[in-house]
Design a binder for this molecule. Structure first.
Ligand code: NI
Length: 142
């Protein structure tokens, strides 16, 4: 952490009340840490949108493993993009349903394109990509 700076922020009282309710619900014990987390989250969100930013993240997929050729298709896509994958975890949720969590890394644009291919594969019931940027990426693009 760098040197702490103190700032004053003018904020509408209704908005502040809603913010205080939000942070209490999420377990914050003071506003400062909540402000810092929101700022970091917004900065990371903006960074990962930049195509060349090095990101890490997860692609979570839910699908029915009885869907014809779907497991093979998902495996083929992962082999074709193996350089973007750190690990893959597969969980058999019930008799029909699979969850696959793929830990990914690489340039933001490639990771997003790969996630779109996986999530858009016919038979995938739901998918979501979550990206973040390690601290080294924040420093590289600052
Ligand atoms: Ni399964």
């Amino acid at each position: 952490m760098g040197i702490l700076s103190r700032i004053g922020v003018a904020i509408d009282s209704d908005l502040l009340t809603r913010f205080d309710q939000f942070i209490a619900k999420h377990g914050y014990t003071n506003r400062s840490e909540a402000f810092r987390d929101l700022i970091r989250d917004r900065l990371v969100s903006a960074m990962v949108e930049s195509p060349e930013t090095f990101v890490v993240g997860t692609v979570t997929l839910i699908y029915d493993h009885h869907s014809r050729l779907l497991p093979e298709r998902l495996t083929d896509l992962q082999h074709a993009n193996h350089d973007l994958i750190i690990s893959t975890t597969h969980a058999h949720l019930d008799h029909d349903t699979c969850l696959e969590a793929i830990v990914v890394k690489g340039p933001s644009k490639r990771v997003q394109k790969f996630a779109d291919l996986l999530i858009g594969t016919k038979g995938v019931q739901h998918g979501r990509l979550v990206m973040t940027a390690p601290k080294s990426s924040v420093l590289k693009t600052a």
